[in-house]
Design a protein around this ligand. Structure first.
Ligand SMILES: Nc1ncnc2c1ncn2[C@@H]1O[C@H](COP(=O)(O)OP(=O)(O)OP(=O)(O)O)[C@@H](O)[C@H]1O
Length: 776
């Protein structure tokens, strides 16, 4: 096939009589055409007539370029009357492409690349009697002069005849410049302009050519020492390089500069806004320093508050070194006089929750409040119980922090959760409650805090930027009296009269760094690498979901439960779908599974159950009363049952790679060797899932997902909606440039935090600002 990304040359193909006869036998192209333009009266005779119309035959040799091959040599163009009110222009271009049928044929004996000839038939159709007149046909047929060189692009279709291709919607750009049309121009890239909003590609080309001619020599708003530092072309060269490149490397350099600009203004805009919100130069320097030298920002354990140290002692395990440095980094930031805005990420099950708990303790220890927001009630309850458990184990603490659970569920007023929520309202206002764990109801206006100092947003991608930002409106006011009196304080921090709380966002799926920077360029990043010790990698099997495959998997489930394990059976949907009957459904299969595994107890968990029922289903599974839990992807986020040792995912191809990795992370959280079976509906879908069999590294898989499916699919609809638009850049391949752009933005702001020194840059930034802002 023709590689549309390459540009080459082609030969105007001169047909001799022999060829003409051949044409009369191969009407494939007309048959295709018939279908497309729906010419009912277009009969066989007309087709014959068309090809034997001697008068119309053009004999001139012409050279053209076309997109996709190398070595132009000539072309034939002709106007053809194909019916009473129907005609067309055909230009046949001959060219060479690399042979690529098999590796050994690509290079010939002399070692040079072997080429093969191809012919591209460019066709344009005209309807109406006036288009069939001889003068018209001659005029369109003679449109291209001998020796013309052109670049042709368009959608290529194969024709029946070997080596022949057809383009019906094409753009042909006859090159006028002598230099362009010399043989040296072979292989030279040419830009292809889109036809958008009614503008024809050639119109755009003309406008751009004129603009380039009028381009002043100094158009670059970015200071020269910055562009030099990062090995970038100046903007003028980049414009010329992208529109009139002499070779591909020049075009690549130009593209790099334009991609850099997109990322740079995004980073600059975000950092600039943050700096603008700060009063003094010292504060600005502190902020810039934080981004510049993230590796130096840490507070040693000895300097943690005594409450934090007590919780650390109460843990049934020691933190990994990566968890320790994550806590140190966060505590360092908490002690700054500026609100923290940090993203904590790591692979599934790496132990982020405890890091966040420790951060909360640091704040509580200093006499403030903490809020922990999670996306589901299930998770809220789990975290709440987990923390209660840890607090109980804490020794030598006179006054343990009081914690509360606040969820949005109002369906059952008698439920324990709601009762506690009511109490917590009051407690939060008076300051009696130090830490509240809950769902998005935490950001409701009616929830008021007395001294909120940190907001942890778990699985932050489930919440929008605005939702996260709403914690900012819960400003901390200096009303510490109640907390300091409580006695568990190490004394208030300085400079805290009125400040937005620190925000610690936690990401469920590992996000490639480039994507994280694009999404959260204004956030500092803390990354936990590695997993707690003793974790055994989850063995992953991909099984085809036919009868034999399912039988095998059911046997594996029986063996696992028999050996004392617990199994998650994950379904893509709750109830049977009429549109997609091939999908296994959790509640529809509950009965069948219960009788299949009748010696064991099966449970059901899905999003349509009441929260108390969900809670109970998970509790039973956690305690071992249930052996097999049929569930939907509600368990995907955060559910932590260390005893669960096997997961089976039905119709696994319905899930993204990163999502499956996230699901798989629900097992292998304890000491027991675990396995995950992904059931693919068809043999064809097995392939995509294979990558999960080979790797258990969430960052690698996220990168693969990014590369294969792009950021939209990796992040899911909601979060990718927050991605700024990049007209040129592609995050999956330009990731390293965003990092450079971040550093460049820091450098520029370091030189002039208010951009006063760079008025052109400031003007450009304000023009691009709408692009830089995140949507919500
Ligand atoms: N250093 C450690 N050593 C041993 N176990 C640990 C350690 N840190 C955390 N754990 C345990 O690992 C499990 C997973 O921790 P946690 O739920 O915090 O992970 P996570 O990073 O939030 O993962 P996920 O995103 O999958 O929810 C928990 O059971 C926790 O108690």
């Amino acid at each position: 096939m023709i590689d549309l990304k390459r540009v080459g040359t082609g030969l105007i193909w001169e047909r001799d009589e022999k060829e003409k006869d051949k044409d009369s036998n191969s009407f494939d192209l007309e048959e295709d055409m018939e279908g497309e333009i729906k010419m009912k009266s277009f009969d066989w005779e007309m087709k014959r007539e068309m090809f034997f119309d001697r008068e119309m035959k053009m004999e001139k040799r012409k050279e053209v370029f076309w997109l996709g091959g190398y070595g132009n040599r000539g072309k034939q163009s002709r106007g053809v009357r194909a019916g009473l009110s129907f005609s067309f222009l055909e230009i046949v271009v001959e060219g060479e492409v690399d042979s690529e049928s098999s590796a050994e044929h690509v290079f010939n004996a002399s070692g040079s690349r072997s080429k093969r000839k191809i012919y591209v038939h460019l066709k344009k159709f005209f309807r109406g009697t006036r288009y069939t007149s001889l003068p018209f046909l001659i005029s369109i047929g003679s449109k291209y002069k001998e020796g013309d060189i052109a670049c042709v692009s368009g959608k290529v279709r194969t024709m029946r005849k070997d080596g022949h291709y057809e383009m019906r919607e094409y753009n042909m750009d006859v090159l006028e410049d002598e230099q362009d049309s010399s043989p040296r121009a072979e292989g030279r890239p040419f830009p292809i302009y889109p036809s958008r909003g009614g503008l024809k590609p050639n119109f755009l080309k003309d406008i751009i050519a004129r603009a380039l001619k009028a381009l002043p020599s100094n158009v670059d708003p970015i200071p020269q020492d910055v562009t030099q530092d990062f090995g970038l072309l100046c903007l003028r060269d980049a414009y010329f390089g992208i529109h009139l490149p002499k070779n591909l490397s020049e075009a690549d350099l130009a593209r790099k500069r334009l991609v850099f600009d997109e990322f740079f203004y995004l980073q600059l805009g975000r950092l600039f806004q943050m700096l603008e919100g700060l009063g003094t130069q010292v504060e600005k320097d502190v902020l810039l320093d934080k981004y510049r030298k993230p590796e130096l920002n840490a507070v040693f354990t000895e300097e943690w508050s005594s409450l934090t140290k007590q919780l650390l002692k109460a843990l049934p395990y020691s933190l990994t070194s990566s968890q320790l440095s994550a806590v140190s980094e966060i505590i360092w930031d908490i002690k700054r006089p500026l609100p923290m805005n940090r993203l904590l990420q790591g692979d599934v099950g790496c132990g982020k929750t405890v890091v966040a708990f420790l951060a909360c303790m640091e704040v509580i220890g200093a006499g403030y409040q903490a809020a922990f927001m999670v996306p589901t009630e299930l998770l809220a309850v789990q975290h709440y119980n987990h923390l209660l458990d840890l607090l109980e184990k804490m020794e030598q603490v006179d006054c343990k922090p009081s914690i509360a659970l606040l969820t949005g569920s109002t369906s059952s007023k008698q439920s324990r959760l709601i009762r506690e929520a009511c109490i917590s309202f009051l407690g939060l206002q008076t300051g009696e409650i130090s830490l509240v764990i809950g769902t998005h109801s935490l950001i409701a206006d009616k929830v008021e805090f007395s001294a909120l100092r940190i907001a942890v947003v778990d699985e932050q991608h489930r919440f929008g930027v605005i939702q996260r930002g709403r914690f900012n409106s819960k400003l901390y006011y200096n009303s510490l009296s109640s907390k300091t009196a409580a006695g568990n304080s190490d004394g208030p921090l300085n400079g805290d009269v009125c400040m937005a709380p620190h925000v610690l966002a936690m990401s469920a799926t590992p996000i490639p760094r480039s994507l994280a920077l694009a999404l959260f360029g204004d956030m500092s990043l803390t990354q936990i690498t590695g997993l707690p010790p003793g974790r055994q990698p989850v063995e992953t099997y991909i099984v085809e979901g036919n009868e034999r495959g399912l039988e095998r998997v059911y046997q594996m489930i029986t063996d696992e439960v028999e050996a004392g394990g617990r199994v998650y059976l994950v379904y893509p949907v709750i109830g049977q779908s009429e549109q997609l009957p091939q999908l296994h459904a959790a509640s529809a299969e509950f009965e069948a599974m219960s009788s299949r595994f009748e010696s064991y107890s099966c449970g059901l968990l899905h999003g349509r159950m009441k929260s108390s029922e969900k809670d109970e289903a998970l509790r039973r599974f956690r305690t071992g009363e249930t052996h097999i839990l049929l569930s939907t992807q509600v368990i995907e986020i955060g559910v932590d049952v260390p005893e669960a040792s096997m997961m089976v995912v039905m119709n696994a191809e319905r899930f993204g790679i990163a999502q499956l990795h996230q699901l798989r992370g629900r097992v292998g959280r304890g000491a027991r060797k675990s396995k995950c079976v992904l059931i693919a509906s068809t043999a064809g879908s097995l392939c995509r899932l294979k990558v999960l069999e080979k790797s258990s590294d969430g960052f690698y898989l996220a990168n693969m997902d990014l590369l294969l499916r792009g950021p939209g699919d990796l992040l899911g609809k909601k979060q990718s909606g927050h991605l700024p638009e990049f007209p040129i850049a592609r995050l999956e391949i330009d990731g390293n440039i965003i990092q450079e752009a971040h550093l460049a933005a820091l450098k520029v702001l370091g030189m002039s935090p208010d951009l006063q020194k760079f008025p052109d840059l400031k003007a450009e930034l304000s023009m691009r600002q709408p692009l830089c802002l995140l949507g919500d």
